[in-house]
Ligand binder design. Structure first.
Ligand SMILES: [Zn+2]
Length: 220
């Protein structure tokens, strides 16, 4: 119903229609603009959920969060290929910042599933420049529910320490799509047996380029 429309505007209107007792606002701009022009709006939020899947945007949000002293939590969420795994990272007042366990180009330290044949995860639509990954709302529902659960946890009880929650699909589905668990995942958590699995893991500070002492001196 919203093809061709601005996503923020269309989603804002949809949420307002679904939840008439709320006052839903939207800003049709990118995150850099929002930070520069509406930083006060972000600063008074009880919690921020960031699900842009865009490292440039989210690393800028993370740096803003560090400058602000991380008074309120931010929950970042993303999915792996084929929605076979999903990640939520809650950044609290203590522990790591988002960038502590994500490389400079946006590659997370831990991925759960790898694709030995290269993955071929992006298909191209005929006669169209669009790429898509073949998965649907059923697979994605697990990831969305897990990220929403972390968001509710953080809203009700803001975390003193940053942490991450990872969802991994059943071995049956991963194997049927040609994937396998990464060495990093198996050495930390072992094989996934039947059914789905969710684990919590710490997200400690490593004083990265975004939150380390050099950066804080610079900010001061
Ligand atoms: Zn950091």
């Amino acid at each position: 119903t919203a093809v061709g429309r601005n996503k923020a505007e269309a989603l804002g209107e949809r949420l307002q229609a679904d939840f008439v007792h709320l006052n839903v606002e939207y800003r049709a701009c990118d995150l850099h603009q929002l930070i520069a022009q509406n930083g006060d709006l972000l600063a008074v939020a009880d919690m921020i959920v960031a699900a842009t899947g865009n490292w440039v945007a989210e690393s800028a949000l993370n740096r803003w969060h560090v400058r602000q002293g991380r008074g309120r939590p931010i929950v970042y969420g993303w999915t792996e290929a084929h929605a076979c795994a999903g990640h939520a990272v809650a950044i609290g007042q203590g522990g790591g910042c988002l960038q502590c366990h994500i490389g400079r180009t946006g590659a997370p330290e831990l991925t759960a599933v790898e694709w030995p044949d290269g993955g071929d995860t992006a298909r191209e639509e005929p006669a169209c420049g669009a790429h898509y990954q073949p998965y649907g709302p059923v697979e994605l529902a697990y990831v969305n529910a897990m990220i929403a659960e972390v968001a509710l946890d953080c809203l009700l009880d803001p975390p003193a320490q940053s942490f991450s929650r990872v969802f991994v699909a059943s071995a049956r589905r991963i194997v049927s799509l040609g994937g396998q668990l990464t060495e990093g995942w198996r050495s930390a958590f072992g094989e996934v047996e039947e059914g789905v699995r969710t684990v919590d893991r710490p997200w400690p500070s490593v004083s990265c380029a975004a939150c380390g002492p050099e950066h804080l001196d610079e900010a001061a």
